[in-house]
Design a protein around this ligand. Structure first.
Ligand SMILES: [Fe+2]
Length: 262
């Protein structure tokens, strides 16, 4: 089933290639991201010892979680939902329209679509979060964590490539190497996830991504983010102010449980 769906996903994505190098690079970035999120979801369901039947559905939700990105970019040339559409909802509508899950029972489709529609919310709806034992809640948490873990990779690679990066990937935020906003540092001390709307430059995006160590559901996700050096590499690109150095020490001491050195 998974192999068949990966093949179907590849065929679906191929239809969005236009021959324009910039557009195709962005389409392929999301293609690669989707496949990597599938890989992260497999790592998490293995670590969490999820029942194989449910794990299979979670893997499909991970593979298809960003289905909406492709029609979103084709129509609006952006990945910013606030300026276009909610790509989680568009993804579910697209999966239905394209019959990409047609061979699955209704209950399985509902679980996959539920996880997809919630993957890009700031937080899970309270009614869902309140039922941690529900398969839907587990699926939503795994997809959200797997997505965050791979976004950290994408953004670290993007920042390290230099040159200011692709404005569609950096959400059109200006690259001001010496700037960052205190509103994005405070959550690192408060143990909270920062808000997209507070970002004013690319360093703010680094800080926001670092704050995700407090927002992930599973210790395995957080451990991987530290173990792969992703958090350290995000800090390494920030100005070396006393405030940032203190924030780094705090994050490494508190979020990594002292397992990783700053
Ligand atoms: Fe997404």
């Amino acid at each position: 089933m998974l192999d068949r769906c990966v093949h179907r996903f590849q065929g679906f994505v191929d239809r969005f290639l236009t021959g324009d190098a910039t557009d195709d690079a962005r389409v392929n970035l999301k293609r690669e991201h989707s496949l990597k999120v599938l890989g992260e979801a497999r790592m998490l369901t293995r670590t969490l010892d999820v029942d194989p039947g449910l794990a299979g559905l979670i893997h499909l939700a991970a593979l298809f979680h960003d289905t909406g990105r492709f029609p979103q970019y084709a129509a609006f040339k952006t990945f910013r939902d606030a300026q276009s559409v909610d790509h989680g909802r568009l993804g579910v509508a697209t999966l239905h329209r394209e019959n990409l899950l047609a061979d699955l029972p209704r209950a399985s489709r509902a679980l996959i679509c539920g996880a997809i529609v919630m993957h890009n919310r700031f937080a899970l709806p309270a009614a869902v979060a309140a039922r941690p034992e529900s398969p839907l809640t587990l699926a939503a948490h795994v997809v959200r964590d797997a997505d965050k873990l791979d976004i950290l990779r994408v953004m670290v690679e993007h920042f390290e490539a230099g040159g200011g990066g692709d404005e569609v990937v950096t959400m059109a935020l200006p690259d001001r190497p010496h700037d960052y906003s205190p509103a994005l540092v405070a959550p690192l001390f408060g143990g909270r996830v920062a808000r997209y709307t507070d970002m004013t430059c690319q360093n703010d995006m680094r800080l926001l991504l670092i704050s995700w160590v407090y927002g992930v559901r599973f210790a395995a996700t957080r451990d991987e983010a530290f173990a792969r050096g992703l958090i350290g590499r995000l800090f390494a690109g920030l100005p070396r102010t006393r405030e940032i150095e203190t924030a780094r020490d705090h994050v490494f001491r508190n979020a990594s449980g002292g397992k990783h050195d700053a």
